[in-house]
Design a protein around this ligand. Sequence first.
Ligand code: KG4
Ligand code: ZN
Length: 414
Amino acid sequence: MHALRCLAGNWIQIPIPRASAAGGATRRRLSYVLGIETSCDDTGIAIVDTAGRVRANVLDSQQEFHTRYGGIIPPRAQDLHRARIESAYQRCLAEAQLQPEDLAAIAVTTRPGLPLSLLVGLRFARHLARRLQKPLLPVHHMEAHALQARMEHKEICFPFLCLLASGGHCQLVVVHGPGRLTLLGQTLDDAPGEAFDKIGRRLRLHILPEYRLWNGGRAIEHAARLASDPLAYDFPLPLAQQRNCSFSFAGIKNNSFRAIRRRELSERTPPDGVISNYGDFCAGLLRAVSRHLMHRTQRAIEYCLLPQLRLFGDAPPTLVMSGGVANNDAIYANIAHLAEQYGCRSYRPSKRYCSDNGVMIAWHGVEQLLQDKQGSLRFDYDSIDIQGSAGFAECHEEAVQAAAIKCKWIQPLG
Ligand code: KG4
Ligand code: ZN
């Protein structure tokens, strides 16, 4: 069997690696990787083969439960993962029509995430690995988001620039391979998804029946399409004076709270009501978040293209956006538009893989095997542990700041 691999910009066929099981007792073809994701409030289990074909994808969301309580309660998230993980695994095997023995390795999110949630996935993975005598592949959740687009778009070569925007993170990274990411900038406070969730809650969008079970970001995206006066609300641009790739969403969030309060007072919105022009508000909010994401990403592109750095090397300049916020069509359209102005190709994973899922964890496992089979397969189960927070291999934040790139801003669409 062969898989495609990108070498110096060319796709070549490589033999799919073989793995030796514990103690070298048996030898098995490495063809199916199980992925286990429990870093937050989704129990995701999937099986992906080494060519990137998804054999099964099971996702048990806790959204409905947490929506009722206004946010994630870690011990309850842990209980729900515990209660659901075995059955999700069984459903995944059944959907894939595979036996446990067919699995070549078990990839599991070990970092970053909610420690109580991560523990459930890791313990389950260890238990399976012992029982089946299979190797483990520990996975960095944000790296998995960053690499996911390569599963569906085989033409994406290393290195590429990636904007990671989710409920817990906002980061710009250069991706050279699994375990080989360089941080250019990250949020100083809230993540954009977190801001959307909190603002959506404050707006009380969840009391509108159509948004009852939606996350804040999705509801705000939908509501923004209903705007009759999309320019009615404006928000100051964060970090306008800082020539780096940092992000900040706390100012936009606090301004939002104040604007909602003002409107509620002026039109006497009842305590269980939503301001009448919530669509206009959401359109203004999306525009502000898009502009901020565009600005920081534009500087990151220019940094990668600096002639003395040439961070894209000989690969075609490529920008990937990933994480839950990449679901947002308006935001992604702006990011793609920005990339185009620099001759940069742009990608995002399919929507079902932008948010947390088991496929991205399994695919990260495959990427590890393709990069370094021997180095990545782990049988020292007990020495693998979880990490609530985790950075990347390299950090260029100071170098970006020192470069102090002044950009001529690309304007958002529409
Ligand atoms: O990557 P993800 O599934 O989980 C984390 O690792 O955080 O991202 C979840 C976040 C949520 O905060 C949610 O509000 C946001 O992604 N999100 C969106 C959209 N769909 C999900 N944000 C904006 N527009 C969307 N359509
Ligand atoms: Zn995520």
